[in-house]
Design a protein around this ligand. Sequence first.
Ligand SMILES: O=P(O)(O)OC[C@H]1O[C@](O)(COP(=O)(O)O)[C@@H](O)[C@@H]1O
Length: 366
Amino acid sequence: MTSDILVDTARTLVGSGRGLLAMDESVPTCNRRFAEAGIPQTGEMRRRYRELLVTTPHLGACISGAILHDETIRQATGDGTPFLQVLAEAGIVPGIKVDTGAKPLALRDGETVTEGLDGLRARLQAYCAMGARFAKWRAVLAIGPHTPTACAIAVNAHALARYAALCQEAGLVPIVEPEVLMTGAHSLARCGEVTGELLSCVFEQIGRQGVQLDGLVLKANMVLPGLDQPPAGQVSAQEVADATLRCLLAIVPPALAGIVFLSGGQSAELASLRLNAINAQSTVPRARIPWTLGFSFARAIQQPALHLWQGFEANTVAAQQVLFHRAACNRAALHGAYDPGLERRRVPPFDLDALIDAPATMQAAQ
Ligand SMILES: O=P(O)(O)OC[C@H]1O[C@](O)(COP(=O)(O)O)[C@@H](O)[C@@H]1O
């Protein structure tokens, strides 16, 4: 019975033509983003910002699930409506980040292992009772001349699989996120190799620990060259799509409920362009791809809105329009309907159909 619930939840998350809004930044990460935008780093400002996100009009047209943080899942809007109720009314499934962060890995200089397994069974039951229907755990691996080591890959994969098994036992769909960072000067090919090694180890552990594949969602990085690659090493959206799909097809089991991509620090527009290419412009035939390929972006959906908001009530509606616009562009990218012209299209606020279908005459002159 539990397995049917898992499959249904996973299908709602990845099979409804919408994507995930990751709004589960830990307190230090959220404060860092606020500091960059000149916003005071207080609990009340974080609550107001998360209120702005969840109350964005018509967000449910583009977003199927929202990943919350422990702080946020307990919060309410200024008029006292719990965020969980606001999300339910918008048709958005609530999820929860349950790892406690990437911590230094003993005897492995500079590498990390994501922690949070102690007491996880009880925390999952509590989140499930609150109304969460899925969870997320992120492992972080950086590419360097001698990293990631086999040890860092193995311990992170083992923890991801243990987390996933505990989630399914509690009736929550696990989102399994093994992230290879964009930082560094590595090539596209090297990112593909490391991503492949990591995913192989993750799925080996998932198999060994009996995790049900059709009740699990993979949150993956796109295969990308490092940020410090010179311009000649940077590649087209189609090359990213091809490298990403070839890597996933070689390793990820077809039975998986779906794959969603993290944005990882790409600009909002590049993330949409590449997601669109993955769904519609790859040389890999669509018929060979067994999964839904969606998004679970944090920065690539939120950053433009956060910078517009700046912490001022007067900017809330404008920031929500920008947030909706990014969510709508990414929804379009799931269907191969995104093109950079959408970025300059002038349409009524919060109007998904107008954005996607607007005739050229409605575009800004820019
Ligand atoms: O605050 P943390 O735990 O470092 O997590 C950072 C963020 O990384 C993500 O996993 C992916 O975010 P991006 O799309 O911005 O890369 C988010 O879900 C999360 O909020």
